[in-house]
Design a protein around this ligand. Structure first.
Ligand SMILES: NC(=O)C1=CN([C@@H]2O[C@H](COP(=O)(O)OP(=O)(O)OC[C@H]3O[C@@H](n4cnc5c(N)ncnc54)[C@H](O)[C@@H]3O)[C@@H](O)[C@H]2O)C=CC1
Ligand SMILES: CC(C)CC(=O)C(=O)O
Ligand SMILES: [Mg+2]
Length: 348
């Protein structure tokens, strides 16, 4: 099977290198890897953050391992050429509308969590984030001059009912396979998109009488994630709210360097990436925690490559490495990115 490896910018290449080592160790010659530039790295060699050759590899592959994009050198480029457009473009082009972001505390990391131990220990949730709609993709958008001569920035938040229904189904199915609780997060007290979102989620619930559905406004949800995250089983939410809440959830389980993700289309093809970005502040220093990317590789084995036993083995090896004391700086230790990868390989 073919795995496209798109390392990207900043710490992306450092963390994907460790995940590829783990995949090679566990799958041997059964996986073929094809690497391609993306983001600022692609802009610098090909003049575009998502060159046609890179998109082609991604389309041909059975699964995609993605690092991160974002390069301060490219910050002043026009929007279409910015590195971040590459990941948005991949998600849209490949129809990767369902983003699963599991947050579960490894018991060994209870001290790294931003929460009190008894609160942190209860965390075992999945955020199901819609990934190809909302204000990240809505048009019109831009910066224009108003009649008063002022610059005005504007974006469009929009969802149609089909987009909401298909992600709601993923939320219900995910909840059904877990503890049977789904919390839909919106801002229906203010936003029309959220009012439609809530209506469609309620309509979708009719097919899932076994799932307990609740609704929460996003501001309250941000607070509840810190106060009592153990109340959540599965969260379903839009693109913007899911982006923000998942970074928050990561600190509840110890670090942004711990949260993996799967971005899936309707047929099970997926792109797998840590939830973090390119972290320019630590890039090139061997300080990045690769576990989120290694755990994303495990999700790839589970969801796209249909090798759940190997996925379990990687997750068990991560737990054992943490139990043996592997800690990168974000987890309060001094181990390098390579050292963390080695620690997982040792346990494998
Ligand atoms: N999917 C993607 O490719 C994403 C790209 N970005 C881009 O990344 C760039 C940097 O964005 P930021 O807002 O700084 O977010 P970020 O997630 O890159 O970094 C936020 C903070 O977390 C730390 N951090 C992130 N990953 C870490 C890891 N694996 N180990 C240890 N520490 C880690 C960083 O050092 C930084 O202090 C921007 O250009 C942004 O647009 C941001 C999020 C996702
Ligand atoms: C470039 C961003 C839209 C990506 C991001 O922050 C995310 O998907 O978590
Ligand atoms: Mg994000």
């Amino acid at each position: 099977m073919l795995v496209a490896v798109l390392p990207g910018d900043g710490i992306g290449p450092e963390v994907t290198a460790e995940a590829v080592r783990v995949l090679k160790a566990i799958c041997g010659d059964t996986l073929i890897f094809e690497e391609a530039p993306v983001g600022g790295a692609a802009y610098k060699v090909a003049g575009h953050p998502l060159p046609p050759e890179t998109l082609d590899v991604a389309k041909r592959a059975d699964a995609i391992l993605f690092g991160a994009v974002g390069d301060p050198d490219c910050d002043r480029l026009e929007r279409a050429l910015r590195p971040e457009q590459a990941i948005l473009g991949l998600r849209k082009e490949l129809g990767l509308f369902a983003n699963l972001r599991p947050a579960k505390l490894f018991p060994e990391l209870v001290d790294a969590s931003a929460l009190r131990p008894e609160v942190a220990r209860a965390i075992d949730l999945v955020i199901v984030r819609e990934l190809t709609g909302d204000v990240y993709f809505g048009t019109p958008r831009g910066i224009r001059i108003t009649e008063a001569g002022l610059r005005e920035g504007y974006d469009t938040m929009r969802y149609d009912e089909a987009e909401v229904a298909r992600i709601a189904k993923v939320g219900f199915e995910t909840a059904r396979a877990r503890r049977g609780k789904l919390c839909s997060i919106d801002k229906a007290n203010v936003l029309e998109t959220s009012q439609l979102w809530r209506d469609v989620v309620i309509e979708t619930a009719a097919a899932y009488p076994d799932v307990e559905l609740s609704h929460m406004y996003v501001d309250n949800a941000a607070m509840q994630l810190v106060r009592n995250p153990g109340q959540f089983d599965v969260i379903v939410t839009g693109n913007l709210f899911g982006d923000i809440l998942s970074d928050q959830a990561s600190m509840c389980v110890g670090s942004i360097g711990m949260l993996p993700s799967a971005s899936l289309d309707s047929a099970g093809k997926g792109l797998y990436e840590p939830i973090h970005g390119s972290a320019p502040d630590i890039a090139g220093q061997g300080k990045a925690n690769p576990l989120a990317t290694i755990l994303s590789a495990a999700m790839m084995l589970r969801y796209s490559l249909r090798r759940p036993a190997e996925a379990d083995r990687i997750e068990a090896a991560v737990a054992k490495a943490l139990a043996a004391g592997a800690r990168s700086p974000d987890l309060g230790g001094a181990m390098t990115t390579r050292g963390m990868g080695e620690a997982v390989l040792t346990e494998l």
